[in-house]
Design a protein around this ligand. Structure first.
Ligand SMILES: [Zn+2]
Length: 362
């Protein structure tokens, strides 16, 4: 029937959130209406169920740009905290296979199995299938990741001599990934590993050195070459405390402040995990709110911190269907009682979360 599609769209749930102040990436709008039409943000409020929010604040759903999915139940643990997209940075591909493009629970993208050196901590943890022994293996390893569904490549770099992939292997992985239009996210937690990541040409660097300032010329390079950083301050603070050098965490905050001041896009990522043997296990979902507080402590404004968890990760991970509030985008939304532009901790004042249009109990 000619109008079959229209009929089914009309039957989809349509909700109008009235009297809502929308975070537009810069500020809150005057009270307005946002329409949820099925799984998307709509433009037509005819026939909608109307909800007067009483001037509540509406944000795009949060994106945590560094997590480790533990099992198929993990996504639902993020959702009540407003984290509607979780970017996994190493997981068994079989676990995440059914967790992409979800409705009603947190939507996942994943690196699948990372690529690591033989002698470092990660090599011992992940074992042979993750280990690259030389540049000649890069093509087969990247092709294998693509064949098992990886949305991007995770490359674990260490400072030279500390057991990570050598410089030639790192460069070859990046070249093979880019030949397949895959982004490369590099783990780098020391200035030496950062320099290696820059030399290899990775797209996104995750973690940030604790206790050591990043050299100014590397910060200039990160900015000048258009790289993006996901510092995972929650994890870095936890690791510093677990290793008895909590005082060194101030340098991590200073590094993030310097990167941000240089114009480097800084994304919110927590390293949330439930991995046995990892000494710090930031909680799924809840930890994103703490990461936003740490980003503000590092020198980001509340507006910058909100963008670090919404528009910026969407842009830099090429998730073009989300990250802001506009008709046609996924209806991933967080309705708040209090204003996070005045106090970033207000991101915790969640009244309602929508995951692809479905209301989720908070
Ligand atoms: Zn991680």
């Amino acid at each position: 029937m000619l109008f079959g599609v229209t009929t089914s769209n009309t039957a989809a749930r349509r909700t109008a959130l009235d009297n809502v102040r929308v975070f537009d990436g810069n500020a809150l709008t005057a009270p307005t209406t946002v329409v949820i039409d099925g799984t998307l943000i709509g433009a037509d409020d005819s026939g909608a169920e109307r909800i007067d929010t009483g001037g509540a604040i509406l944000l795009p759903g949060f994106i945590d740009a560094h997590v480790h999915i533990a099992d198929t139940e993990s996504p639902a643990r993020f959702t009540p905290f407003g984290v509607t997209t979780a970017l996994d940075m190493t997981c068994d591909p079989a676990i995440v296979a059914g967790l992409r493009h979800t409705v009603g629970t947190t939507d996942v993208r994943s690196a699948g199995l990372g690529i690591v050196g033989a002698e470092g901590m990660h090599g011992k943890f992940l074992g042979e299938p993750a280990i690259i022994h030389g540049a000649e293996q890069a093509e087969a390893m990247v092709a294998q990741r693509l064949s098992t569904g990886s949305d991007y490549i995770k490359l674990v770099l260490e400072a030279p001599g500390e057991g990570g992939p050598d410089a030639a292997s790192a460069k070859a992985v990046v070249a093979e990934a880019h030949a397949r239009d895959l982004l490369v996210v590099a783990h780098a937690a020391s200035p030496g590993a950062y320099a290696m990541a820059l030399d290899a040409g990775v797209d996104i660097i995750t973690h940030v050195p604790v206790g050591f300032p990043l050299p100014a010329h590397d910060i200039d390079r990160i900015a000048g070459e258009g790289r993006v950083v996901v510092p995972t301050l929650t994890m870095m603070e936890g690791m510093a405390a677990a290793n008895g050098f909590a005082d060194a965490f101030g340098a991590a905050l200073a590094n993030v402040g310097a990167l941000h001041a240089a114009g480097v896009p800084v994304l919110a990522g927590t390293d949330a995990n439930a991995s046995p043997g990892v000494p710090v296990n930031p909680a799924f979902g809840e930890s994103l709110h703490y990461e936003l507080e740490l980003l503000v402590r590092a020198g980001l404004s509340p507006v910058d911190a909100l963008n670090a968890a919404t528009a910026l990760p969407a842009r830099h991970f090429r998730l073009t269907d989300r990250g802001s509030i506009a008709p046609g985008l996924r209806a991933d939304l967080v309705l708040l009682e209090a204003d996070p532009l005045a106090d970033i901790t207000a991101t915790r004042s969640i009244r309602q979360v929508y995951s692809a249009g479905l209301p989720v109990a908070s």
